[in-house]
Design a protein around this ligand. Structure first.
Ligand code: AMP
Length: 209
């Protein structure tokens, strides 16, 4: 299964992608996480990406597209993958379409009030790279692997506002996947487990078609 997760920042795409990855044994490809790793390792890509990410803006197309192309051509992606945070606009959606056919574009939606509430308690694990939350952590550590957590620089309220306005999922991306007959949407207001139950019912349907 080749899956694309769409949705506003902070809707829980990363969390759901992490669960799908484990349950269906598919690689979880988060463009944001790849950029963060490059920033941490002070690579050339990381230096360029940081200047955009810190402002809440998108990293330029040519860098992001190349990164995704290289990643999905790797051996572990031959039976499928979950893309989290890509594509973010119609140019990226068309580029991805030129590389491969997607089985499901699933929009994980959430109201703006809830997004701001969730992002203010979001933390990232520096060990497993998965998102966590002040409510889920155990003894101040990641509840999944016990790693140290940190707050993303771009989860500051002033950057969140820019990201919400500049990085909304555009209607033309939704229409693009609707026309291909692979678009589905769920609401992620409920707790993670209930949201995952909705995700799973859609995945199983696609898997059996
Ligand atoms: P995320 O972890 O998905 O919220 O991504 C963090 C940041 O990385 C975003 O705010 C963008 O600056 C950058 N980024 C992630 N994915 C993309 C993408 N598909 N295109 C351009 N920039 C991206």
């Amino acid at each position: 299964m080749k899956i694309v997760l769409l949705g506003p920042v902070g809707s829980g795409k990363g969390t759901q992608a992490g669960i799908i990855s484990k349950e269906y044994n598919l690689p979880h490809i988060s463009t944001g996480e790849i950029f963060r790793t490059n920033i941490k390792n002070e690579t050339e890509l990381g230096k360029i990406a940081k200047s955009y990410i810190d402002k809440g803006e998108l990293v330029p197309e040519e860098l992001t597209n190349k990164l995704v192309e290289d990643r999905i051509n790797q051996e572990d992606c031959k039976n499928g993958f979950i893309l989290d945070g890509y594509p973010r606009n119609i140019e990226q959606a068309k580029f991805l379409d030129s590389l491969t056919n997607i089985d499901l574009a699933l929009m994980i939606d959430l109201s703006e009030d809830k997004i701001i509430e969730r992002l203010s308690s979001r933390r990232m694990c520096s060990k497993c790279g998965q998102p966590t939350s002040l409510e889920w952590m155990v003894d101040g550590k990641c509840e999944k692997c016990g790693g140290d957590v940190y707050t993303r620089d771009d989860d500051k309220p002033e950057v969140i506002k820019v990201r919400l306005s500049k990085q909304a999922v555009s209607q033309n991306v939704i229409d693009f996947y609707k026309q291909k007959g692979v678009f589905s949407k769920i609401d992620a207001t409920d707790v993670v487990e209930d949201t995952y139950a909705l995700v799973k019912s859609i995945l199983d349907k696609v898997n059996n078609d």
